[in-house]
Design a protein around this ligand. Structure first.
Ligand code: PRP
Ligand code: ZN
Length: 284
């Protein structure tokens, strides 16, 4: 049986989290600094590439799939399929200028020069805004371009914002928001397609699990009915009698996003000894 070949970023923002996700899926890969690694427990081979080289590799079938920023996929214009958003590596692609510039709107860029690794995206953004500016494509350290006189402004990825800050730049327009995605070659052979579907199934169960928490609490029996309404769970909560007369333990799952509000209400309803645990995988 042939291995599925997956490429991920070598070094950089997404590399460790990509390996972490694979690990959570039961696919362990050691990154010993080499360009290629074979996974344990799954027929998968990982290629470590520069993120900008991943779309081409997947389009040409050098790799079957890849994990990279959506921003890089868009910029590449390659024929590859986005299979799944992965919920990590969230960032924005933004225009930035020197902190001391007085900036009102995109008209500021008229006749100016912008340094970027994302010329196609910037070009179409400026066209839409009716602004004409020169675009200078550079492949690394875009943030230093204004200070060395190479450009008036830049367009680059902003995540925490610390790169802009330490280079005396300020973010003035957000062009798009991006996160890590799983991409694949548009026509995989059936064997590899089945492997990829298995991997996607695992990824989805890990991503789903991260939206929920497992909750256990004790409550007096007379409060159970109302507490159950707050914790519908996957099908319905589990209720077990406590050794203490008149009390029960209730187990359920709860959404991460409205978690604190619900906890407050549960306490008001008489819940005690509330325990909340992470869920590793969730298969619905
Ligand atoms: C981006 C960008 C900045 C940094 C911004 O690089 O080029 O260097 O991240 O992050 P911050 O706002 O947290 O400081 P990326 O990780 O995409 O790597 P690459 O451009 O070298 O591929
Ligand atoms: Zn890159």
């Amino acid at each position: 049986m042939s291995n599925l070949r997956l490429c991920i970023q070598k070094g950089g923002r997404l590399s460790e989290k990509s390996l972490g996700l694979l690990n959570q899926c039961g696919v362990s890969v050691s990154n010993g600094g080499s360009l290629k690694a074979e996974a344990r427990h799954f027929p998968l081979e990982v290629l470590f590439l520069r993120d900008d080289d991943i779309p081409q590799a997947v389009q040409d079938g050098v790799a079957d799939a890849g994990i990279l920023g959506e921003n890089v996929v868009l910029e590449s214009g390659k024929k590859i399929d986005v299979v799944e958003k992965l919920g990590f590596g969230r960032c924005r692609l933004s225009l930035a200028v020197r902190r001391e510039e007085s900036y009102d709107d995109t008209a500021w860029f008229e006749g100016k020069k912008i340094a970027t690794t994302y010329p196609r995206i910037v070009e179409s953004y400026l066209r839409e805004k009716g602004v004409s500016a020169a675009i200078e494509k550079i492949n690394g350290s875009v943030e230093i371009a204004p200070s060395i006189g190479l450009a008036d402004g830049i367009c680059d990825i902003v995540s925490t914002g610390s790169t802009l800050l330490s280079n005396g730049l300020k973010e003035v327009e957000t062009i798009l928001r991006s996160e890590a995605v799983l991409v694949k070659h548009p026509s995989l052979d059936p064997e590899k397609d089945a492997l990829l579907r298995d991997l996607v199934f695992r990824i989805q169960s890990v991503l789903k699990a991260s939206e929920f928490k497992y909750i256990l609490l004790n409550a007096p029996n007379e409060a159970l009915e109302t507490i159950k309404q707050e914790l519908p769970g996957m099908k319905s909560p589990t209720i077990l009698p406590l050794a203490k007369e008149g009390w029960s333990s209730l187990h359920s799952v709860i959404r991460e996003d409205d978690f604190w509000e619900r906890i407050g209400r549960l306490k008001d309803l008489g819940a005690e000894g509330i325990l909340v645990c992470p869920i590793e995988k969730m298969i619905l």
